[in-house]
Write a protein that binds this ligand. Sequence first.
Ligand code: ADP
Length: 254
Amino acid sequence: MKPMLEVTDLAVSYGDGGRTTTVLDGLSLTVGTDEVLCLLGPSGCGKSTLLRCLAGLRRPDRGEVRLRGEVVDGVPEGLAVVFQDYGRSLMPWASVARNVDFGLSRALDRAERRARTDEALAAVGLADVARQRPGRLSGGMQQRVAIARALAARPTLLLMDEPFASVDALTRADLEDLLLRVRRDYGVTVLLVTHDIDESVYLGDRVVVLSPRPARLVADLAVDLPRERDQIATRGSDAFVRLRTLAAEHLRAT
Ligand code: ADP
């Protein structure tokens, strides 16, 4: 099967006055259809830059990105992004439902948009707060709204940039399980950036470890755990501990 996403020989530098910072220099990566790929890398290595290229928000200096075989040149169809900073990604004056609806194409009629919004809010367990403003909800619930907004668009690829980094540990575990459920029910391909080794193994079908800038691929680990994950049993299993140790060793060696 053709990969969902193909990144080939990507290079990006930022120019700042006389100084040039090379962030990506020949990075290649593929993500298979229906796969959850977790990208693990040190801070500042270029993960967000990579996501910006994938989302069509930055044109690479060299190389190309293909989504379902099509070269990405501008914001592609079928892609949704969830950022860490849920607070800033939601419109505080609009209801939760309106925030979700906002992500939908105006080409859809109102009834279809309403149906998709209701379905996405139900999928993240927020049907009861559809009429509330996001500011009245906890951080974890606001991040659920952001996830619902992404899902309502029925993306084929979901990009997530440290999406659970600013919530407490219990909420984080809930959101991780929500993502796995949603992935199973919606069949969406996910590329998730995290700096949490355990999270990358818990969520991923594959974990890719990147080097410091310019980001190189230093390891590509297949996560051979049962597809159904459990916060206690999975994280306590020998296979999990082996994989998290391996990922940590690769990250430390970078
Ligand atoms: P990561 O997400 O892995 O932390 P980023 O892609 O955000 O890494 O950043 C990689 C490097 O590029 C960092 O050193 C950062 O300071 C620099 N950088 C990011 N965006 C810009 C920009 N718009 N202009 C100049 N430098 C940038």
